[in-house]
Design a protein around this ligand. Structure first.
Ligand code: F6P
Length: 489
């Protein structure tokens, strides 16, 4: 099968270059190994009417990466607008932050249609398309409009929220109907999958049986299978990288600067879903309650700037910077800084070493699809003297890493206690927890995730062909003008 993977963000994966977000880090090794073609945005925009032209296509391991220049007129409305100011807040249950104009929605649809046209370059009789994430909810429907009958799957890296939250997104109905053009829709957790099926069953009134949604478009019955595929990492490879990284100059400098003091580490994009304010308040409370920990443990918080053109992100950046400065001002000493706060990204090779230096990993999002930092922190530990993971129960990773200290990120007091107990946890207990989590990580790797989804996509299509043997080739419908619902088949 000729697999084409599509996402907005792609990475060439230089180990020394900072990588934004879990999706790019996760897809890189599977593209390199599987021979898939990975298509995404080049990060460059083009003005004026344009054909879909790839800026670059280059080899990536056994696979290839193809980077597309996107239309300047629509990218802002697509990325900062509908994708990250309407869908992202809703998917993370922050309805209060939803902002989107009708123009943003149209730009979102335009970019989905543009990407669909561009993908035709990679289509042959044996192609399957695998679309990633909320930037491209409507891409499957756009491919069907262009006559694509091959398997098309979709995986959502974020959570899928409760019905009433989703229904706060402008055009939610059209978007979810468009998603039913996919043969297979994958989620991070069972809860996400159940939320989606509840929306489809109750808000769209469609029949859902055995996690399969039956929909009818233009008199043709279609079926979409929904299932859970928790994303993983290559834990062995990450562990080796962490061992090597210990001699990296930046990692050595960090270790030397600690003078035997313990370290907690947080690594996040600067995003309101990551729970940074509550986390810093928890450290503040811990140091206030337990002054013996002052000078004995500090926090290294890496907060990579993200989506800076969006007001909610600018506000958060200011709020976190003020809070860090306040905590450091109150608890700091002339020769000791409680929170080392860095607004920049690091390559995976350095991050692995930083994780290994830290006795506590704090991953406390308010909502998160999976959170691969949690998995990477565990994999990076020294098996003889492992650190402790403090993990939010609202990260998808908590379903698997239940041997972490699982916390409620809204309970600042509870988090302060959990961090303190992580710092004093006996070695035997740390080893037990680490071994349980590593066993889980090794039995559900990123390669298992990839093979599981691709296998299920193949099966879903075979099943669909059995259910719908006489499915005619979809007609190419006229381009959508502003407003009406998306249609496909
Ligand atoms: O699913 C979330 C995601 O797509 C991940 O790649 C990452 O957490 C984040 O969003 C990246 O966002 P952006 O591409 O906007 O920096």
């Amino acid at each position: 099968m000729n697999l084409v993977v599509v996402s907005n963000r792609v990475t060439r994966g230089k180990a020394n270059e900072p990588m934004t977000g879990g999706l790019a880090a996760a897809l890189l090794p599977v593209v390199e190994q599987s021979g898939a073609i990975w298509v995404g945005s080049s990060g460059r925009l083009r003005d004026g009417p344009q054909k879909e032209r790839f800026a670059e296509v280059e080899a990536l391991g056994a696979g290839a990466i193809a980077m597309l220049d996107l239309p300047a007129a629509h990218y802002g409305g697509f990325y900062e607008g509908f994708a990250n100011s309407a869908l992202w807040p809703a998917l993370h249950s922050r309805s209060d932050l939803i902002r989107a104009s009708h123009g943003d929605y149209l730009s979102y649809c335009e970019i989905n249609a543009f990407m669909a046209r561009a993908l035709l370059r990679f289509r042959n009789r044996d192609t399957a398309f695998w679309v990633q994430d909320y930037h491209f909810l409507a891409l499957g429907a756009e491919l069907r409009k262009l006559g694509v009958t091959e398997p098309v799957g979709f995986f959502l890296h974020t959570p899928w929220p409760a019905r009433n939250v989703m229904s706060g997104v402008p055009h939610h109905r059209e978007l979810v109907e468009a998603m039913l053009a996919y043969d297979l829709i994958g989620f991070q957790t069972d809860e996400d999958c159940e939320n989606f099926l509840a929306y489809v069953g109750q808000d769209l009134g469609l029949s859902v049986q055995d996690s399969r949604v039956t929909s009818r478009r233009g008199g043709i019955v279609g079926q979409t299978r929904c299932a859970t595929f928790p994303i993983g990492i290559d834990a062995e490879k990450f562990a080796q990288a962490a061992m090597r990284a210990i001699t990296h100059p930046q990692v050595s400098r960090l270790r030397r600067s600690l003078h035997g003091e313990k370290l907690a580490i947080g690594v996040d994009r600067l995003d309101y879903s990551k729970g940074l304010v509550n986390r810093i308040n928890a450290f503040d409370l811990m140091w206030t309650r337990e002054p013996a920990l002052l000078r004995n443990v500090s926090l290294l918080q890496i907060a990579t700037p993200s989506r800076g053109g969006i007001e909610a992100y600018c506000n958060l950046q200011n709020e976190v910077a003020r809070l860090v400065s306040d905590v450091n001002g109150r608890h700091g000493e002339v020769d000791w800084t409680p929170i080392r706060y860095l607004n920049k990204g690091f390559g995976q090779a350095v991050l692995a070493g930083l994780y290994r230096c830290a006795q506590v990993g704090v991953v406390t999002p308010l909502h998160d699809g999976m959170n691969l930092v949690a998995k990477e922190y565990v994999a990076a530990q020294n098996p003889d003297d492992p650190g402790v993971l403090v993990l939010s129960k609202f990260a998808g990773a908590a379903n698997e890493l239940d041997a972490a200290l699982v916390v409620n990120p809204n309970d600042v007091d509870g988090m302060a206690r959990a961090i303190a107990s992580a710092l004093s946890m006996p070695l035997a207990e740390r080893r037990l927890r680490y071994a349980a989590m590593m066993a889980r990580l090794n039995s559900h790797t990123i390669h298992d995730w990839f093979n599981g989804f691709v296998g299920a996509l193949r099966d879903a299509r075979i099943e669909k062909e059995t259910v719908e043997p006489a499915l005619p080739a979809p007609a190419i419908l006229p381009r959508r003008s502003a407003g009406p619902a998306l249609r496909y088949y």
